[in-house]
Design a protein around this ligand. Structure first.
Ligand code: ADP
Ligand code: MG
Length: 241
């Protein structure tokens, strides 16, 4: 009898897993424009981290997501981030910058920027997306941030430089920032960005949704969690897979 119950429990567990694997982006709550964009990109089924992270991020929760490289963490945060911007009120949209995506390297900055642009173009929405890099001089930075962007993709160092140079105002971060993503969070501190991050975190409003993506867990990720997150959901693959 006990054995039958155990077998049933295992079967139920397997069925649940199979059902989850069949879940579509639509069932996760992704909006029609993004669904069409994903289809055009031939991305049909969410990955395990996307399945668990997207609904929580869409609900506005702070999330720490740890899953190995290549598991689809970029779309796990970009889809809800874009969706939030698509549905923001006109009043809210006037405030900018609305979202920061902070990454440890220029290459990653370029990669995330290309991904955002391709989604924005496929969705045919008007959003200003800007990337900053360490080669940009004060004038370039000023030009990039003029008519402030909805989404800013940058290393923490460039944001800190803009803040200290008065190109980016602490008050406007405080007034407008709705989403802060720290991508490859496990690398941000080891690449020496701690002081840059500390330069702007005091200005991040309490209402800002903070998302921390990483491939590994480390004391650095814990430190960052304490710096930017209030009461996050911690998603760790493979446990949630
Ligand atoms: P991570 O940030 O976890 O290392 P990425 O977000 O860079 O992973 O994704 C790795 C690759 O997988 C990218 O080429 C991306 O386009 C692709 N990808 C992401 N999500 C999906 C999906 N649901 N189905 C198929 N490919 C995907
Ligand atoms: Mg990544």
């Amino acid at each position: 009898m006990a054995e039958t119950t155990a077998t049933e429990a295992v079967r139920e567990e397997e069925e649940k897993k199979e059902e989850a694997e069949e879940q579509s982006f639509e069932e996760l709550g992704v909006d029609a424009r993004l669904l069409r964009a994903l289809h055009k990109k031939e991305i049909e089924k969410p990955t395990p981290i996307q399945r668990v992270a997207i609904p929580l991020i869409l609900q506005g929760k702070d999330v720490v997501a740890r899953a190995k490289t290549g598991s689809g963490k970029t779309l796990a945060y970009l889809l809800p981030l874009l969706q939030k911007l698509f549905t923001a009120s006109a009043e809210r949209r006037k405030l900018a910058p609305n979202a920061f995506v902070l990454v440890p390297t220029r290459e990653l900055c370029q990669q995330v920027y290309a991904e955002v642009l391709s989604l924005v173009e496929l969705c045919r929405v008007q959003l200003k997306v800007v990337q900053l890099n360490s080669n940009m001089l004060a004038n370039d930075l000023r030009a990039a941030l003029a008519g402030p962007p909805d989404i800013l993709i940058s290393t923490p160092a460039c944001v800190a430089k803009c803040l200290s140079g008065g190109i980016l105002k602490a008050a406007s971060i405080n007034e407008s920032l709705e989403t802060l993503v720290l991508d490859e969070a496990d690398l941000l501190l080891s690449y020496g960005y701690e002081n840059d991050i500390k330069a702007f975190t005091p200005h991040v409003p309490r209402s800002c949704q903070c998302l921390l993506m990483s491939a590994t867990s480390s004391t650095d990720v814990d430190k960052l969690k304490k710096l930017v997150l209030h009461n996050p959901y911690i998603l760790t693959l493979p446990e949630v897979g």
